[in-house]
Design a protein around this ligand. Sequence first.
Ligand code: NAP
Ligand code: MG
Length: 484
Amino acid sequence: MMAIFEYAPAPESRDVVDIKPSYGLFINGEFTDGSGPSFKTVNPATEEPLAEIASATSDDVDRAVQAARKAFGVWSALPGAERAKYLFRIARIIQERARELAVLESLDNGKPIRESRDVDLPLVAAHFFYYAGWADKLEYAGFGRRTTNGQGGTKPLGVAGQVIPWNFPLLMLAWKIAPALACGNTVVLKPAETTPLTALLFAEICRQADLPPGVVNIVTGAGDTGAAVVAHPDVNKVAFTGSTEVGRIIARTVAGTDKKLTLELGGKAANIVFEDAAIDQAVEGIVNGIFFNQGHVCCAGSRLLVQESIQDELLAALKRRMGTLRVGDPLDKNTDVGAINSAAQLAKIRELSEIGESEGAERWSPACELPDKGFWFPPTVFTGVAQSHTIARDEIFGPVLSVLTFRTPAEAVEKANNTPYGLSAGIWTEKGSRILWMADKLRAGVVWANTFNKFDPASPFGGYKESGYGREGGLLGLEAYLDV
Ligand code: NAP
Ligand code: MG
């Protein structure tokens, strides 16, 4: 049993993407200097700097919001069918340049190329195609019909300020920008500090698509830049994905203004396996649930709830499977688990894992050689976890699974819901009636049955409780960008 770290002979070539030494802000269709001190974005697999990135101050954010405000006049007045043409064009360019985008995403984020190429990029393009389809059909979306002045339930909000995290940089951009533009809004988006590169390549794609200047603006920088976007008085809608902690700060900033707000925050999902489940499939679902994207997934299946009667069998099979996972070079097509996105995130994962041990849970990882350079953490499972343990409650946001057991379906529901979060859950059972019974009782925005981490632009995504509010994706995703 050995998880392998090795550089494959033929990794995806980084030469497919042209990384510039430095990048400016993207405001009003042009790349411009930022007034703040620039910073470096690094490859987390090697710690090698990739590029120098401009940092936007509140004055720069103000320029971006003004550009978006001016463009709103033009963009919102276009017939939906015209806006759709631009979105379809962007979607097609994303498909054409998918390889370049996937390599860049893996370099900047550390995720395996197989995931950026086969999961993220197809979903990014699908999101633009999906919302392009809505742009000329908003009056049939169920939020009211167009009135004689051409507005009504299809009226856009204005300028959207959007702040996104580093775990799915381009996909989160798509989730934010595609519905905003389809509805006739313009945007100012701030990518995460550690993963700005695909958003900046997307800015180039906007130019390639001849998108009118100012419809999309990208302001790079740290948390202060995000705070300036959120606080700007001429922003009409704020959309945020990230930590619950920052979500709270943003909710306080927006409180008392007439800005509309959606928050997609953390999670601590239960992945629940019943004794009648197909064990091999469940093991694949558990592995996908927690090791996909190094566990940097808000809806990750980070708490495995296994029925006591199959605990030994399931854990033995899971450990066998974990021993076959390849940890290593994100650009190697055979890699299953890539690099942790940043030194800070690695420190957080290490700290929580140490707390797990000190509180009495049993830690296991397959034998695994990790390189000295870069940020790495082996796939890890904790057994003997009690509900009171920190690792059963806090979001680790890394490749770390906490295993709890249950005897009855009622106990599974109780344990699954015993969390401040409520983003997602998974159920593994052969019984359809049990799936329906469980799905009804689980306080989670998304419930997967006999699968996990499946996404579709047509289905809404979002949480209960401290996982945030509002929905992204699908028909409901339009509501967040319309004055309904
Ligand atoms: P974060 O601080 O919430 O970052 C998310 C985004 O918000 C980034 O663009 C960040 O900029 C920006 N930001 C930071 N402070 C802000 C502020 N006061 N006002 C406006 N924007 C602000 O998340 P993180 O520090 O990267 O990760 C911390 C933890 O959050 C993770 O360990 C994980 O548990 C959770 N998380 C959840 C998700 C999710 O999808 N739900 C995603 C990422 C992280 P910078 O990049 O410059 O900090
Ligand atoms: Mg941060």
